[in-house]
Write a protein that binds this ligand. Structure first.
Ligand code: ADP
Ligand code: MG
Length: 361
């Protein structure tokens, strides 16, 4: 069913995205990136691809770290340990490869990684590689919303990724995130100092649905429930093309069967979520909270950099350095609250725009 609000896990529930699922399954490079805004369907595409692979998939959902101001090695080792349970169940022999590693204990399908053994992550990847070598398979490690790991302190995740990239030919990473957040902020692919600098990665980009795709999605989704479809153009105008909002609309519409009411509920649900995410973003950035708020309100209908600067200065009644404004705007772009369109900064999604429009608060 297209309107099931959870991330999709099987092909039949996924509308379109055929080429994207195939590109993820192909494992063409040691690292495949799945890029898109929140609710563009990254997790769904990855999970559907994973369900069709005959390889073990270690799935780490880094989104659960969203509300943490910073992360330690312990967070990562625990998450990896938990994520190993699933492939262990499917390929119990994996346990034999893992249990000899220092700092790892294997009981049944449960894997515990001691947070004191920092070398163990590389050894786990080496063990996965050896297992894959022996069985003629690949080992796939998914890090969903990988840019959350930028908050990791005291452990160099990029070095580990680079080591795996260069040496472990049977280990493949799939990482998802927003384009700016993942490529620039976390992987630092444009930074010559980054351990991953110059490495080729396969990128799969998930764009919002076009008006035509949105119409087909709504029509076919409604057909699955035996409900007459809504006026798709109107729905698209109100909520935009992100699959997540359209799914929520459809989910509501097939139960209340009222277009206007369903649009209203989708918008208020979206605003609530976007505000929550913005509050997470402000976590640890309290000193600049007011400035971020002013910038988002000013850019709600698109604004030039100079307008953003003027608005922050007006709000505080004093001069503010260009570099400070640039830093704030860049953070908002990295986290997907704004995007650059020509000379303007705009919310990448109409509902983000709605959430910050003045007078809404
Ligand atoms: P992301 O991981 O990018 O935030 P999700 O995979 O969680 O996005 O998808 C957001 C919502 O949209 C979920 O309810 C999911 O079921 C739905 N969805 C996304 N893409 C599709 C699609 N191609 N077909 C059907 N539903 C989708
Ligand atoms: Mg997701």
């Amino acid at each position: 069913m297209y309107f099931d609000p959870r991330p999709k896990t099987s092909r039949g529930d996924l509308f379109d995205r055929e080429a994207e699922v195939e590109a993820v399954k192909a494992l063409r490079a040691p690292i495949t990136l799945v890029l898109g805004l929140r609710r563009s369907g990254k997790s769904s595409v990855i999970l559907v691809a994973a369900s069709e692979l005959s390889h073990p998939v270690v799935y780490i959902d880094a989104r659960k770290f969203e509300a943490e101001p910073y992360l330690t090695f312990k967070h990562v080792s625990e998450a990896l340990g938990e994520a190993l349970a699933q492939p262990m169940r499917r390929f119990p022999k994996l346990g034999d490869y893992l249990k000899h590693i220092k700092g790892i204990s294997v009981a049944g399908f449960e894997v515990k990684i001691s947070w004191r053994e920092r070398g163990s992550l590389a050894e786990i990847l080496e063990a996965l590689n050896r297992w894959a070598d022996d069985t003629g398979k690949k080992a796939v490690v998914v890090i969903d919303e990988a840019q959350e790991l930028v908050k990791l302190r005291g452990y160099d995740m990029l070095k580990l990724l680079a080591y795996s990239y260069d040496n472990l030919r049977n280990v493949h990473f799939i990482m998802s995130g927003s384009k700016m957040g993942l490529l620039k902020k976390f992987l630092r692919l444009e930074d010559a100092e980054s351990p991953l600098y110059g490495r080729y990665m396969e990128a799969v980009e998930l764009r919002p649905f076009t008006p035509e795709e949105a119409r087909l999605f709504l029509e076919e989704g409604c057909r699955q429930h035996g409900v007459d479809p809504p006026d798709a153009e109107r729905v698209y105008r109100a909520v935009g093309g992100l699959p997540g909002w359209l799914t929520y609309f459809g989910y509501t519409y097939v139960s209340v069967r009222n277009e206007e009411e369903s649009i209203r509920r989708t918008i208020s649900y979206a605003i609530e979520l976007i505000r929550q995410e913005f509050a997470h973003f402000l976590e640890g950035r309290w000193a600049a909270e007011r400035r971020y708020q002013v910038i988002m309100e000013t850019a709600a209908e698109c604004a030039a950099w100079s307008e953003l600067k003027r608005a922050v200065e007006a709000a505080e009644g004093r001069h503010i350095n260009d570099s400070e404004i640039t830093r704030l705007v860049r953070n908002l772009v990295d986290y997907g609250f704004l995007e650059k369109r020509g000379d303007m900064y705009c919310p990448p999604d109409p509902l983000i725009s709605t959430a910050f429009r003045r007078g809404r608060r």
